[in-house]
Structures are given as structure tokens and as C-alpha cells.
Write a protein that binds this ligand. Sequence first.
Ligand SMILES: [Zn+2]
Length: 183
Amino acid sequence: MKLKNYVVFHDGEYKKLSKVFSEKSFRSLPLWSGRISTGLLGLPNCIAGNRGTKNYQEILLASGDDGLRKLVDLGFISCPVCKPEETENFWQDVKENVGGKYGLFSLANFVDKNVLGFDVRRLNFEEILSVVDAVPGRFYLPRDLSNQEVKQFAERIESSGFAVPSLGYYDKTAEGNFFRYSV
Ligand SMILES: [Zn+2]
């Protein structure tokens, strides 16, 4: 993995991972991984998160409690595979942010995908894309969106100054397990 282009939210600011990687203050903190194509946040060693090649434009990293809150504020929700919410103090660290953002007041509600479903449109792309300075290879949208809804999402990406990558959803019967919306 080429470190130099990964962006990490560390110590209150976005930085290049290569700049902070060797600092003791960085290495002593837990690291979280926000996956830009799905809107899920998890642990950097998650098997679901690491499926396939992961370039810097797929991931926004964040360190410590402060970084975890930042990912929640940006709209990332918990990965159902590595379950970051099972780490110590997770709810304690994010509950005010979750309450303020979604009006949800329990961890059970925050991680319940029937309450807060898979929907990458929740992310604050205006901020994320400007700091990562690239788009991921695809975006996983909910199933059954109307053309209008897909178009609105594509326009948001374009107005952030980026070309729109593949838009679709996970479908194990489709080629490459990805059903592609035509925009
Ligand atoms: Zn995960």
C-alpha cells in the first residue's frame, strides 16, 4: 500500500498519512477506516473493507475518539462485518454526535440497518471529495432508486468537481456482483 496519498483526520485536521505515520502521537491511537464507496466505517483490518484493491480514493482514515466522531459527523455508519461498535467506549464517544445528527439515542438504533440503512448518499461528499481529491471507482447506492434520484446523486458528485464513476448496488447475480444504474 502506498501511504503517501491516503488522507487521515488526525489531531483535528486532515493530513496526508505519510506525514503522520511515524509520529508516536498517531501510532498510539486507534485507527478507523471510512469507506467512501459504501459510507461504512470500520476497522482498518476488516475483511469486507479490504476485499479487492483499496486505493487512497476509496478510504478516509481517522484516528482516535476525535476521528471516530468526525466520521460519524460526515455520515458514515457502522460496518456490519467488523462491527466497530463493539470496541470499548464506542457509544460513549459518539452518542452526542449520533443524537444530534439523527435523533437516535441508543447504540442499538444507530447500528440497526432497518433504522439507518445502507445509503452512501448520506455522506458529506462536498467535504470528503475535496480533501481526498478523488472519487472512488464506484458508489453503492440503495436498490430501486428512480432515475431522478440517481441523477440527483450524479449531479452532486459532478458539482464537487469530479467525473461520476459507476453507480449501482451489490447484486450477486450481476456481473462483478454489481448492478449498474444507467445514468
Ligand atoms: Zn468492516
